[in-house]
Design a protein around this ligand. Structure first.
Ligand code: GUN
Ligand code: FE
Length: 431
């Protein structure tokens, strides 16, 4: 069993035994114990499954920021900076989701792809379209992925055919929330989703803050992603102290808020986010692909911010959280080259934590998922470094740490044999 704890970025229980009850909750976690003594302790003999030496369980990955509607563009069109990229490629694609049939087709693909790559929890941006956003809930439900789904809101500075009226945006969002909550699927949660400060009037933003409060919901948006965007926000909102101040004054900075990117945070921003308990979704692929900047995860962690990882498909060109782990490490390495010698780049263990427990913290789900703790839901990946189709060479002198590192650096979905969400096997690649 390989997971993170509050104090350790990575803990390896070499002879770990994990017990999962029929409701999908973790009943016990032991190391160096025997099934016989466990059975005596439990008062019954559990059904037992043994793993091979090449196999281990890790917690499922938590993608804290992904745009499901942008999936068709994944792997293409990353040749422009953010604001130009949005206008040239992203808004025209997102406009197409007025067609629910188109949405259904794409959303099944993106959920299947991310789940296959080990994303057991995804925090999704959808589009402004209520019906298409419901189709994303349907897709997550169909495949059994845990998901936050946000109908996106924008009432200014977007193309006319992809912009809402303020009242209509709020009304549609409340209807969406009520419809999602009525499903009573504990795995699917609506998330309040103002696209970013640029595209929302303070009236809309404040209305969304009130909706979040009324229904006790999480909130997501973008923050301090590129220099041009930060400058535009300061021009649009001169009455506010900073980018974060806009969100805070509108009531969308809560301890259930996740902000994507956060490359250019000032001391003021950092202090405010810490105070409010706002989490950071670090999206290194996107930050590098569309040349937004290098986010300093080390400093943000040292300042006490919660930090998770996001793929930010399709500003990020890769839907796998393994890629996010790698690029988070490389971003940190690149920063360290310019910093004083005592600057510590992110370790692979810390990046792993950000992809699992860190993400759960950012989404305020750390009482439910993120690691193997008694009472949490069993969201897990069975990794096999010697799966029949594995592309990774292993050696009999490889330690467990070596196998874990090989998975994180050069493994892929062919090493993810089984995927579990709340104890249910939702994907089985061995079959
Ligand atoms: N800022 C506003 N919208 C977007 C988006 O779709 N992607 C990214 N990366 N940043 C944004
Ligand atoms: Fe984004």
């Amino acid at each position: 069993l390989v997971h993170s704890t509050k104090n350790k970025p990575m803990e390896i229980l070499r002879n770990g035994i994990i017990g999962v009850d029929t409701s999908g909750k973790i009943l016990f976690v032991k190391d160096d114990d025997s099934i016989e003594s466990l059975s005596a302790e439990l008062g019954f003999s559990p059904e037992v499954r043994n793993l091979k030496d090449s196999q281990f369980f890790i917690p499922g990955f938590v993608d804290t920021h992904i745009h499901a509607p942008q999936y068709p563009n994944t792997g293409t069109k990353v040749d422009l900076p953010l604001l130009e990229w949005l206008n040239a490629y992203t808004f025209p694609l997102e406009t197409k989701y007025s067609d629910v049939k188109f949405a259904r087709d794409v959303y099944k693909k993106v959920v299947h792809k991310t789940l296959s790559n080990g994303t057991t929890t995804a925090c999704y941006f959808a589009t402004i379209h209520h019906r298409a956003s419901m189709a994303l809930c349907d897709a997550a439900e169909l495949f059994g992925q845990r998901a936050y789904v946000g109908k996106c809101n924008s009432d200014q500075n977007l193309p006319d055919n992809y912009c809402e009226g303020t009242d209509a945006s709020l009304r549609d969002t409340e209807e969406f929330i009520i419809e999602v909550l009525a499903r009573k699927n504990p795995l699917i949660t609506p998330i309040i989703t103002p696209r970013y400060a640029v595209s929302c009037t303070t009236e809309l933003m404040s209305g969304l803050g009130k909706l979040a409060e009324k229904y006790d919901l999480p909130i997501q948006s973008h923050l301090c992603e590129s220099l041009a965007e930060v400058k535009w926000v300061s021009e649009l909102f001169p009455q506010f102290h900073s980018y974060t101040d806009v969100y805070d004054k509108c009531g969308v900075f809560t301890n259930k808020t996740v902000m994507a990117h956060c490359v250019y945070l000032t001391e003021f921003d950092l202090a405010l986010m810490k105070e409010r308990g706002v989490g950071v979704s670090h999206c290194p692929n996107s930050n590098l692909s569309i040349c937004s900047g290098l986010m300093d995860s080390r400093t943000w962690l040292d300042k006490g911010l919660k930090v998770g990882l996001g793929t930010d498909v399709s500003g990020g060109y890769h839907p796998s959280m393994l890629d996010a782990i790698r690029l988070a490490i490389h971003t940190s390495n690149a920063l360290s080259i310019q910093r004083p010698p005592d600057y510590r780049p992110l370790s692979y263990q810390e990046a792993f934590r950000m992809a699992t427990l860190g993400g759960a913290e950012v989404l305020a789900l750390d009482d439910t998922i993120g690691n193997f703790e008694v009472g949490k839901d069993f969201d897990a990946l069975l990794v096999d470094m010697e799966s029949s189709n594995s592309r990774v060479d292993t050696f009999d002198f490889d330690s467990t740490e070596d196998l874990v590192q090989k998975f994180l650096f050069i493994g892929d979905d062919r090493n993810i044999q089984e995927v579990y969400v709340c104890g249910q096997k939702v994907m089985d690649h061995a079959k």
